[in-house]
Design a protein around this ligand. Structure first.
Ligand code: FMN
Length: 226
């Protein structure tokens, strides 16, 4: 599989990879070479982290029994929380009603098949802290891994739903006491094609100098002006 694309010549331009790294929930069961998983983890550990302490650990899960045990809780969390929430909330910015229902189908597909992804990477940290700071030292690594998987032509999704049953799923994953999981990244060759992410427009989410002050779409960094 060519890097950065499903077919044709690879495009590994960083902005192209960023703009097309979307949740790839429909994955083939065929194995992924171990060296690609290593490459993804190596990209992960290039990420910024507090004090460069590198307290992260990455559990690579291929064991079908472990994956199936976690999947049962992942399914339960979908039925009890995710589906009701989705049905009671409007589509997010940049997403039509049709696209929003397709998103639910895709989310439910992954719910039923997450254990069939050939490999999971579970980013973990030794911490009892549940603060924003704790997540800030692991999620940059997670995003690096998603981008690396995309650049290698592999599909992946950032998932955290298992945390609704944190004790049960972390026991199934065999995490030692004091070590916590921050996500599960199911990884495999994608069934579908990569495409652009759907988002709102910059002017609706960015302000200039003062909260609420419009950010002009042609604004440049101050170092480039004057
Ligand atoms: C904190 C977080 C948790 C997420 N958890 C899940 C999850 O459990 N299951 C899932 O299918 N997608 C999950 N996602 C993926 C989001 O649904 C997805 O990024 C979002 O819908 C935008 O879609 P796109 O990435 O395809 O553009 C999660 C994303 C984030 C940032």
């Amino acid at each position: 599989m060519a890097a950065g694309t499903n077919s044709g010549s690879p495009n590994t331009d960083v902005f192209h990879i960023i703009a097309t790294t979307r949740a790839m929930r429909r994955l083939k069961a065929e194995p992924v070479p171990r060296e690609l998983i290593t490459q993804i983890i190596q990209a992960g550990i290039c990420a910024p982290n507090g004090g460069n302490a590198q307290n992260w650990r990455f559990l690579v899960v291929e064991d079908p029994i472990v994956k199936a045990t976690v999947q049962a809780y992942y399914r339960r969390a979908f039925d009890e929380v995710v589906r009701p929430l989705h049905l009671s909330t409007p589509p997010p910015p940049g997403t039509s009603n049709d696209e929003y229902s397709r998103q639910l189908s895709s989310v439910e597909y992954l719910t039923d098949h997450i254990h069939e992804a050939p490999v999971w990477i579970v980013p973990c940290q030794d911490t009892s802290s549940d603060t924003r700071s704790a997540g800030a030292s692991i999620y940059p690594a997670v995003q690096n891994m998603l981008l690396a998987a995309r650049a290698l032509g592999l599909g992946a999704t950032l998932t955290t739903r298992h945390l609704l049953f944190q004790n049960e799923t972390e026991a199934a994953l065999g995490l030692p006491s004091g070590t916590h999981s921050y996500a599960i990244l199911p990884i495999g060759w994608p069934r579908g094609r990569f495409g652009p992410v759907r988002r709102g427009v910059t002017s609706q989410v960015a302000y200039l100098n003062r909260w609420g002050a419009p950010y002009p779409s042609d604004a440049r960094p101050s170092s480039e002006t004057g």
